[in-house]
Design a binder for this molecule. Structure first.
Ligand SMILES: [Zn+2]
Length: 141
């Protein structure tokens, strides 16, 4: 896809893809390493020969924490002291890790949340109009 290939490997492009409901990272053509979010230069072999790659969105929970003191955007989404949410690090089946909100588990009962729980990507739309943004999340399958 020409349009995909033309996008720079930046956070802005990553967000743009999220808006299109695609989980896109970069792949080093030289040494095969994947990066999510995308990098323009490979951290392993320093090659700048990278290409866009779409990730399956299948993942496992690698680490998590319950957030009671929410940042502004999450307070606007209804989270906070009375309604905590789970922030986690997931490991995708392709082997890369990324942090995201975790859905479908009880943030008030972190002792019941298990590392290794299978998850699937979910694109969460927040805000309206100009401030509308798509956030990356993963939900229990
Ligand atoms: Zn490389």
């Amino acid at each position: 896809m020409a349009m995909t290939a033309e996008r720079p490997f930046t956070a802005a492009s990553f967000t743009q893809f999220l808006n299109e409901k695609k989980l896109m990272g970069s792949h080093c053509i030289h040494c095969d390493k994947d990066f999510l979010p995308p990098r323009a230069i490979c951290s392993q072999c320093y090659s700048d020969q990278l290409e866009w790659v779409e990730f399956s969105g299948k993942a496992k929970l690698a680490a998590f924490t319950s957030i009671y003191i929410a940042p502004t955007a999450m307070i606007a989404a209804g989270f906070g002291r009375e309604n905590p949410y789970l922030a986690g690090v997931v490991e995708l089946e392709e082997g890369v890790k990324i942090s995201a909100q975790i859905l479908g588990l009880d943030a008030k009962k972190p002792d019941q949340v298990k590392i290794g729980t299978p998850l699937k990507v979910e694109f969460v739309e927040r805000g309206e109009g100009e401030t509308k943004q798509t956030a990356l999340a993963f939900r229990v399958e």
